[in-house]
Design a protein around this ligand. Sequence first.
Ligand SMILES: Cc1cc2nc3c(=O)[nH]c(=O)nc-3n(C[C@H](O)[C@H](O)[C@H](O)COP(=O)(O)OP(=O)(O)OC[C@H]3O[C@@H](n4cnc5c(N)ncnc54)[C@H](O)[C@@H]3O)c2cc1C
Length: 588
Amino acid sequence: VKTFEELADQVIETDVVIFGGGLAGGMAAIRTKENRDIDVWVVEKSTVRRGGEVAAGLDHYPAIAHPKINGVTAEEYGNMRADDFDGLANRKLSIITAKDALKPVAVLEDIGVKIREDDGTVKMQPGRIGGGFRWREGEKRPPAGDFILYRGADLHFKLADEMERRGVNILERTMLTNLITKDGEVIGGTAFNYRTGKLYVFKAKAVVIATGGAQRIYGYPYGIFPQNLFLSYTCPANHGGGTAAAWRAGAKLVNMEYVYVHTEIKGTPWTSAQGFTTWTTNTKGEILEDKYRELIQKYGRGGFYPNTYYCFAPNMAEAEINRDVLFYDSRHTDELDEGVGHFMDANEGPIMLKILQQRGGLKNTVSEIIPWITGLPRNFSGIWHDENGQTSLKGLFTAGDVAGGLPLYGGTGAFVWGYRIAEYLRTYILDKDKPVFGPEQTSQVQAEKNRVFAPLAHASNGEEPLELEDYVRKVMREYVCVNKVGPKLKRAQELLKIVKGKFVPVLGASNFHELMRAIELQDIIDIAEVHAATSLLRTETRMAPYHYRVDYPEKDDVNWRKNILVHKVDGEIKYIFQVNDPKKVQKS
Ligand SMILES: Cc1cc2nc3c(=O)[nH]c(=O)nc-3n(C[C@H](O)[C@H](O)[C@H](O)COP(=O)(O)OP(=O)(O)OC[C@H]3O[C@@H](n4cnc5c(N)ncnc54)[C@H](O)[C@@H]3O)c2cc1C
């Protein structure tokens, strides 16, 4: 029998290991290193300079609420965001996020991110209801979080430089594959480098998962195979590895039945700033923001992306997007919005700006849009955590898009929770002893090594991971997605079971890169299974199109104004139904 040291290519013992070096992981790393005596490792699947959702850069810092800035208290704003999510977002965590929103801004300025213009001013933009829903003169505006427009094109570089400057250890092209536990506590993890084929074993006092959202469950219909698997507005490297590893270790997940729906310009994997600054129109030239204005005002801001709501208005059975062709129409765009659009695209999507300029510019273009369905709503669906970012498993923390239970707070959520976890860890670490691995942990490492490298045995005779992924994502699109109905959800479960039982054991990989694809596929299947099972369980409709049951089209507050928490206990799936937000919000 081999020891775990012999099984691993390298064992790394540290205080804190952070999986994922994006916005949340980067912020957590530099803030933890405020105490230079703490040893920190960041394990990043891609690279810390150009990885994650905003690899190209950021253009705005959302969720700013302050009486001196916009007359809105953070408490009001946090409450309002919780209301948007109709009982399923944690109100306390939402208020914490709003209250802490400005703290990371100071850190970003310190490390050289251009939050201010050259003349020292900050470009504030009024919060608006997505896709061009502007408040008219004299209209009563609800407390909205404003955002700062800033020049964040090099933000990832600045974060990476700061990590290096503070002595954070960085391991790139290396992905978390599973966690190592002892008596219910997480004390390490295994990671695989898909360039060298090395298997790393981490022993740590605290483990942080910051691997981004689970964004590879559904497919993009207009790309050829295999590019269709990677075309996405979100980051395709964020396949859900952290969510799946936490799930397999027994951590609780929350809101897993929800689907992330967004509208995008057909033919490009992006909205660009157009989603912010244009109107949504149909072939009759009707502006949906006007047509459904009263509806949207009555039902509130609508959770994730209100311009997505317009497309599915007035209701799912008669959804505008199913009866007409819809567009982002920038012919009505005024000069102010055109300027905002240029600013945003220049900082975040210069290539998109080029494409739009070739099509006639940010103003005066009409682009067809489609619903874009990638995976789970980030920040809202994912790993459950408390106000310190600690998950239901001791020693395991989470931040950013991979975390669940919050309203969508975007980069602000990632920065705030990365920051917050670091504050907590700096004292948490002091009382912790070094983890000790026994025979049980050695057998976990052995099992993981067998699992990770198994596809090499089948090489090119085995099942092709990308073909199977394509199949799984087609199953999800056809049987789960936005028009959920009992028999189809059950069929999805059957089909996933067949893939898992029959084809995963004979997956083939001829090199380390293909091995990565095989690992990703297994994570995607695990998440898809939980997503289908919880979708079947929630026999009501809440926040359509994000969870719409064709067979249960009504909202059922009496039975369902509560979260579904799900976790694995001794290999069995357990569900917990939890009212986290007793405040009753009358929306209809
Ligand atoms: C196009 C676009 C534009 C956006 N613009 C803005 C904006 O202007 N302002 C704003 O506030 N928000 C914006 N957002 C949202 C924001 O980018 C995300 O909320 C934020 O990046 C989340 O941070 P994160 O650290 O959780 O994830 P990410 O920043 O995506 O980082 C996750 C990291 O984990 C790595 N990873 C994945 N799997 C593994 C694994 N198994 N092991 C190790 N590492 C792994 C990934 O490679 C990645 O680097 C935008 C999002 C998109 C898609």
